[in-house]
Design a protein around this ligand. Structure first.
Ligand code: ATP
Ligand code: MG
Length: 393
């Protein structure tokens, strides 16, 4: 069956009044970005409180649906067949032929729901539904009408043409990206941070990212893995500006000057400081990490508090209460898992101590950081200056 359009359903509860326009405009924008990667010219249009995608003559249905299933804010995707309006008798014929095509042996219960977007149409909606129901019953003698709990609802929208649909493919839900500001994701090559980015983007937040690279201790392929992960997250979040910070000299300096069991904490404090610099520079209102309580020494409550202390922006940690398995499940669902488990070195693991502190004492950490006074400012500036920015789309 050839579908000419998709009717897009979105949750309307939270979006009354002015917000509704903002929501719909952001939705349309993200849909256009998603569909631009599918072959053919798709037209996304807002019409009388509905959002439609009009499809080109030739296109790949599955690819189009898959792209739309990554656009946050979409709750349902209804494939629509469009018929010319050539009078009511012709409409009955078309609806029966739709049914014969789509459900050749239909014997269940159904109802017809009619919506007249074109108010000038001469027959009232209820009457259209009743008559179309009659025509379907004539063509499918084993079918029955059930207006309360039908197996199938056939929807008919009367516009300048006649729109017919009967199925809703599930969308990802959430809010369209762009309706809720922007945040800076600390993206490593692991499993957790891409999932964290996805979860925050799902609430309508646009995302930029920062990755701390430590050549030659971390390879070009480790960096490529992060770029690949950013591309996978971008399928949902839309374009991401990925900042690649050369962190080697800062790490070596900390390694040289500070007690090794405090290395990870101090290093993470510098990561947050640098991430916050870029966050503020690019108008981000928060930062995102993939931290989860107790997962490693640097993620105990004490360690998280010590890392958090250097931040002035809010830090969002959407997987904070998840077990690893729960995070893995999401990463499989969003298709980042296979890339995340590729075995490349991470800057955190290379310089890690045998027995890292799990209850860092802030006074002690502050004292250790004073040992960095001589050169750290200069190294930070150098890291900011040499940061490479890649536009991921
Ligand atoms: P992930 O699976 O996301 O790598 P993890 O379990 O390995 O997380 P850590 O290495 O302690 O945990 O990192 C915690 C968080 O800090 C990560 O989720 C990420 O947000 C950030 N992070 C860690 N390493 C880097 C890095 N090299 N570049 C950017 N962010 C990082
Ligand atoms: Mg990691």
């Amino acid at each position: 069956m050839i579908f000419h359009a998709f009717l897009i359903k979105y949750a309307e509860i939270a979006i009354k009044g002015k917000n509704r326009y903002m929501f719909e405009d952001a939705l349309v924008k993200q849909m256009r970005i998603a569909l631009s990667k599918v072959e053919g010219e798709f037209e996304v249009k807002k019409e009388q409180g509905r959002v439609y995608v009009f499809c080109p003559e030739v296109y790949d249905f599955d690819e189009a649906v898959e792209a739309l299933q990554k656009v946050f804010g979409i709750v349902g995707i209804c494939p629509v067949v469009i018929y010319e309006d050539n009078g009511f008798d012709k409409m009955c014929e078309d609806v029966v032929s739709y049914m014969k095509n789509r459900y050749p042996d239909f014997s269940g219960s159904f109802k017809v729901y009619t919506r007249r977007a074109k108010k000038s149409y001469p027959i009232p909606s209820m009457e259209v539904s009743a008559k179309l129901g009659g025509a379907i019953l004539d063509a499918f003698p084993e079918a029955s009408v059930d207006v309360h709990e039908p197996d199938m609802t056939l929807s008919v929208e009367i516009r300048d043409k006649i729109y017919v649909y009967s199925e809703t493919i599930k969308g990802p839900g959430g809010m369209p990206v762009g309706t809720n500001g922007k945040a800076m994701l600390l993206l490593s090559g692991g499993i957790d941070s891409p999932v964290a980015g996805y979860m925050i983007a799902k609430r309508g937040v646009k995302i930029d990212a920062v990755y701390f690279h430590a050549p030659p201790y971390t390879s070009e392929r480790a960096k490529q893995k992060v770029v690949d992960l950013a591309k996978l997250v971008a399928k949902y979040s839309g374009p991401i500006r990925l900042h690649i910070v050369n962190f080697t000299d800062i790490q070596l300096y900390i390694y040289d000057k500070c007690p090794h069991e405090e290395l990870t904490i101090i290093m993470r404090r510098y990561m947050m400081r640098i991430a916050e610099h870029f966050a503020k520079e690019t108008g981000c209102l928060g930062m995102i990490t993939g931290e989860s309580i107790g997962q490693v020494a640097s993620q105990t409550l004490h360690s998280l508090a010590a890392t958090n202390e250097v931040c002035t922006l809010p830090v969002y940690r959407p997987v904070i209460g998840f077990d690893k398995q729960e995070i893995v499940e999401i990463s499989k669902k969003i298709d980042t898992f296979e890339t995340s488990i590729l075995p490349f070195e991470d800057c955190c693991t290379i310089f890690v101590a045998k027995h890292p502190v799990t209850k860092p004492n802030l006074k002690v950490i502050h004292r250790s950081e004073t040992k960095l006074e001589e050169k750290i400012e200069e190294l930070m500036e150098e890291a900011l200056k040499t940061t490479e920015v890649i536009e991921i789309s």
